[in-house]
Design a binder for this molecule. Structure first.
Ligand code: DAH
Length: 370
């Protein structure tokens, strides 16, 4: 019969002397594991007489509990000592340079939209938005497009399959349908929370957004960006249009004076309609915008057609106004010297890190636009 007292003092001494977690674990297995010395003693209880078991049971179980507790206590103190040692040995050098991180950048189109918004907001315009998926009424009919106009053709416009009612939705070909959405005096809530609500005149809005046409070459991509402008009030005339656009161009290109000319043109939704050219200088192989012997076509504009006002529930005998529309990507290319439109949407990160802008340099008129 093993002497429990001797076994206990021997195990206790070895537990106290265990040098690390591994030695302690080996000791635990030796005493309390399946074939351990104390487990072996516990197994002998089954073969004892009831009297003997009543005497030996508490002794052996007590021994097991005390050894178990001693191991737990020793383990805690070994763990604490190991942690202390690790903390005093390891040093974190906070002065080391951080590993480089790839930074995103603001796409030139988005930068230019923000610049345009900053300039027009300063003139009292607010920003309106509408859906990319439009219906025929907003994109064409309300804008006075005749039924057989070529823009309504499958060759120019991305149409969806007709729905159950036979209606064909389309990808908007310009931002002009948002003019209609802003002017319509419907008293209806717009179908989505981000779509601008209809409002009564006076109206002064710009509409930045994506537009789509079936067109693809060095100067056209199937998706591109436009910015529309709309001003409606009682006594708006072409002089306001001219000042607004000339002021915008001078601020946008950060030049003093801008020469401009308005060439008669045709848009179904304006009368008269014009294309605005701005003076530029191409001599010396570099394009200088503002003044010079050459002209650069920059946007379309005109006085809102009375049919459009009527279609939107505004009385053309009481109100009139002007509208304009321009290509945002083209303005970005002109301002920042980007040679090919297709690169703008190729998502090449090398191109983006070259032409992109810092997200922390949001354009504003006080601290500079670019
Ligand atoms: N929607 C025209 C286009 O995409 C641009 C335009 C021209 C808009 C004249 C206007 C405007 O508001 O008055 O080519």
């Amino acid at each position: 019969m093993v002497d429990l007292n001797i076994l206990e003092s021997e195990l206790s001494a070895r537990i106290a002397a265990a040098a690390d977690g591994a030695a302690l674990e080996a000791l635990r297995v030796e005493a309390l594991g399946k074939t351990g010395s104390i487990s072996g003693l516990l197994k002998t209880l089954g073969a004892m007489s009831p009297d003997e078991r009543r005497e030996q049971g508490p002794l052996i179980n007590g021994l097991r509990d005390r050894i178990q507790a001693a191991i737990t206590v020793r383990k805690a103190s070994l763990d604490a000592a190991a942690l202390d040692q690790k903390l005093s040995a390891e040093r974190l050098d906070l002065t080391l340079p951080a590993p480089p991180r790839r930074k995103g950048s603001v796409h030139p189109t988005m930068q230019v939209m923000d610049e345009m918004i900053a300039i027009f907001a300063d003139m009292g315009f607010s920003v309106a938005e509408g859906p990319d998926i439009e219906d025929d009424f907003h994109n064409f009919t309300a804008l006075n497009f005749p039924p057989k106009h070529p823009a309504r053709d499958m060759h120019d416009t991305f149409f969806f399959q007709p729905d159950e009612t036979g209606e064909r939705k389309l990808l908007r070909t310009h931002t002009s349908p948002v003019q209609v959405r802003v002017m319509q005096q419907t008293n209806e809530a717009p179908p989505a929370s981000w779509i601008s609500a209809a409002q009564k005149p006076p109206i002064r809005v710009i509409v930045p957004g994506r537009t789509y046409r079936i067109d693809s070459d060095a100067t056209h991509t199937p998706m591109f960006h436009q910015m529309e402008g709309l001003v409606i009030d009682k006594a708006i005339h072409m002089g306001h249009l001219k000042w607004t656009l000339e002021t915008f161009i001078a601020r946008f290109f950060e030049v003093e004076g801008v020469s401009s000319r308005f060439r008669p043109h045709h848009f179904p939704f304006t009368e008269p309609s014009a294309e605005m050219d701005i003076g530029c200088d191409r001599s010396g192989g570099e394009l200088k915008i503002g003044q010079g012997a050459d002209w650069l076509e920059i946007l379309g504009c005109g006085m809102v057609h009375p049919n459009v006002l009527t279609a939107c529930g505004i009385d053309p005998d009481e109100y009139q106004g002007f509208a304009f529309g321009m290509g945002v990507d083209r303005l970005a290319m002109l301002k920042y010297g980007i040679p090919d439109l297709r690169d703008m949407f190729a998502s090449d990160t090398r191109w983006l890190s070259h032409y992109g802008f810092s997200a922390f340099a949001a354009p504003n008129q006080a601290s500079g636009l670019s």
